[in-house]
Write a new protein. Sequence first.
Length: 348
Amino acid sequence: MYKIFKPNFKYTDKIVKNLVEIASAREAVLNSYLIPKWEVSLRKDALIRASHASTAIEGNPLTIEEVSMLAHGRKVTAARKAEQEVLNYLMVLGRIEKYQQKRKITDKSILKLHKDISKDILEKPEYEGRYRELQVYVGNSRTGDVIFMPPQPEEVPGLMNEFLEWVNSEEAKKLDPVMVAGISHYEFVRIHPFVDGNGRTARSLATLILYMREFDIKRFFALDDYYDSDRISYYRALDSVDPSTIDITKWLEYFTDGVLISIAKVKEKVLRLSLEKHKRDSKGQISLTERQMKIIENLQKNGKITTGEVAKMFGVTRQAALKELSKLVEPEIIKLEGKGRGAYYVMA
């Protein structure tokens, strides 16, 4: 029987202040007037920036422009491994909600997350989605110094079991989602359960937790961007924890700083967009179904869309497709161009 993991930290004035400001900024973002094409654009931007940043931290050479090209299905001139690493991370973040089982994060979830992140990029494919069975260390590539020595491999399954018990516990559910994400990020890196890809998996796990706890329901926030902007501070914050006490207070101050900076950037962008067009009016915020969001994403990508294409996309009749499109025409999200068989829809 494993004992449950218990995080060691204190609420400092800095952490409390950050959490209050984060909650306020989040409310401002969620309650702002946003037309759907802006939502699609913000979500895509966050996906690209997070994928670029998280892989760049690990040494990936692709620029943000090249990552954007890959995200839009275009080719880039790059080493196969560098390209695959980015494609993997784009895919994982794009479907982050899939890495949970009945609102829980399990061993199976973690192994699948790592397998997808490390697909076709590890020297030994058998390490994909499998807890390490050998001792590894985190070192300085320039000096050869050992920075951190994680637990022995035989300890990994037990430590992961304890950690996941806590993540899914009632105790964790009572904590602010940002705190749970920060605690989980550090503990995962400390255990270092895989031979390679631990950093990317830890950062995507934090994103998953924020999504599951309905903190980032619109997926606008790219936390990885903050880590990459000052990698020395990121590693210094991870290294600030005393291994004998594992007091992660300083790390959580750093982590909540990052969430606040990230969400403040989104808030600024959202408010600017809102002021540029409609001020909040009687319509309120427009809520889209998953199907309608897919129509808009397709339209954004291709510039226009037809009734026939929508019918084919969802396997429905032309009449049903027309009904779906009409729901987007009425609030002036999209508009009809042309007549008859040559008619198509564009953003309004």
